[in-house]
Write a protein of this length. Structure first.
Length: 185
């Protein structure tokens, strides 16, 4: 099973502008409804929240840590909208390949538990973006193992679709491979 995330072009453009402003990592959250088939989970983005510089306990060029007030605000918004949550953040990689950093993996292990507690029954996805690439995983409520995000679809106003896919190399760098490299499980 794989995940597909669909983003309207206006949200995508707003997201990209935000993620790559300044010299520090940036972050945002997308609120999405889901539909799916037996082989895919489809998240359809219906809202966006751009985290301001005041929303971080730590914001550096290679590390972000969301403050407690922002966590609460994002969870309440997702609950009120009855939506799944998609976290997005930028990496300033010079080689262009998007992948979770070791600090991302540790942070995700904690944040996934927090989301499952605050948004029971909802899916959570995390996407890391470079200027030329995207990589992501999705956590489904009935499976502790994350599902790879196969592609992000950007829906243009005229109905056409632009597809952004992780490269084969990025897709081989899976969550389980990251855990294996760390020596866990």
């Amino acid at each position: 099973m794989e995940a597909i995330i669909t983003i309207p072009e206006e949200f995508y453009n707003e997201l990209r502008r935000h993620l790559f402003k300044g010299r520090k990592e940036q972050g945002a959250f997308l609120f999405a409804t889901d539909s799916g088939t037996s082989s895919n989970i489809n998240l359809n983005v219906e809202g966006i929240y751009l985290v301001k510089s005041t929303g971080w306990d730590v914001q550096e060029s290679s590390y972000l840590e969301l403050n407690e007030q922002e966590k609460v605000k994002v969870m309440i918004t997702a609950r009120n909208k009855n939506c799944n949550l998609v976290e997005c953040h930028s990496h300033r990689s010079t080689h262009g390949m998007a992948q979770f950093s070791p600090s991302d993996v540790v942070g995700l292990e904690q944040f996934v538990s927090y989301v499952r507690w605050k948004l029971p029954g909802k899916k959570y996805a995390a996407l890391v973006w470079t200027k030329t690439s995207v990589y992501g995983q999705l956590w489904n409520t009935d499976n502790p193992i994350p599902i790879p995000v196969r592609e992000v679809r950007i829906i243009k106003k005229d109905g056409r679709c632009k597809i952004v896919k992780p490269s084969i190399r990025e897709r081989l760098f899976s969550w389980s491979a990251t855990l294996f490299k760390r020596g866990d499980k």
